[in-house]
Design a protein around this ligand. Structure first.
Ligand SMILES: [Zn+2]
Length: 226
């Protein structure tokens, strides 16, 4: 599976064994070049630079192109998408790769942040299946490329009372004090966030496709700013 190996290599996660296993698989499948043979015969204790060298030679001999995307993590997204759509990447792994890309962006690409947050367990309440979420997210991703999204975009929520979209707020001091006095310390410490505008408590996460669509359309129309 050259595409997946190239993606791992680009991300910096490809292990020596991955190159060797790839070469062995190709030999078994009937491909044969001088460097491919050598690569398949190496083992993980060989110098990484040797393995890399024979890998590159093998690619040249087989006429395989290396990952031709730029050096921005976002540029690798089409490859992840392709691997997912071809069935080579199951949904959980797809989520993992997208969060790795967010890490590689040094936690700075808000569009990738959404995937990272989900990988971290921030599932939207109404999410049916990860697969469905991912399918929808590709479209939203394409739509959002080119939008100037704020850094913390993936943490934004929409208030179901006043429709404000933005970062959630901590409950007020007095609300916290009331909970502390009536329900105790733990309840006060784990109080859910509220709307920054109206203090409403019914918030829907940005991971929800419909909230993203709503937000994107406001950005384009130049309506309410977050
Ligand atoms: Zn509100």
């Amino acid at each position: 599976m050259i595409d997946k190996l190239l993606l791992d290599r680009w991300i910096g996660d490809a292990q020596a064994e991955d190159y060797i296993a790839w070469a062995v698989d190709l030999l078994v499948a009937g491909r044969d070049t001088p460097s491919l043979r050598i690569l398949a015969g190496l083992n993980a204790t060989h110098e990484r630079s040797d393995i890399e060298e024979y890998f590159l030679r093998t690619c040249r001999e087989l006429g395989l192109e290396l990952l031709g995307c730029g050096d921005k993590p976002r540029d690798a997204v089409p490859l992840v998408k392709r691997l997912y759509r071809s069935g080579a990447l199951p949904p959980e792994q797809t989520l993992h790769y997208m969060s790795r890309l967010y890490e590689l962006s040094e936690y700075s690409d808000p569009l990738l942040g959404l995937w990272f947050a989900l990988d971290d367990g921030f599932f939207p309440d109404e999410m049916e299946s990860l697969e469905e979420w991912i399918d929808r997210e590709w479209e939203l991703f394409d739509r959002a490329v080119g939008l100037d999204l704020p850094d913390e975009f993936h943490r934004f929520v929409r208030c179901e009372r006043c429709r404000h979209i933005g970062p959630p707020a901590r409950p007020s001091f007095f609300a916290s004090l009331r909970v502390l006095l009536t329900q105790g310390y733990i309840a006060a410490d784990t109080q859910p966030s509220v709307c920054a505008k109206c203090r409403g408590s019914r918030l829907v996460r940005m991971a929800c496709a419909e909230v993203q669509e709503d937000y994107f359309s406001r950005l384009r129309g130049g309506g309410e700013s977050p």
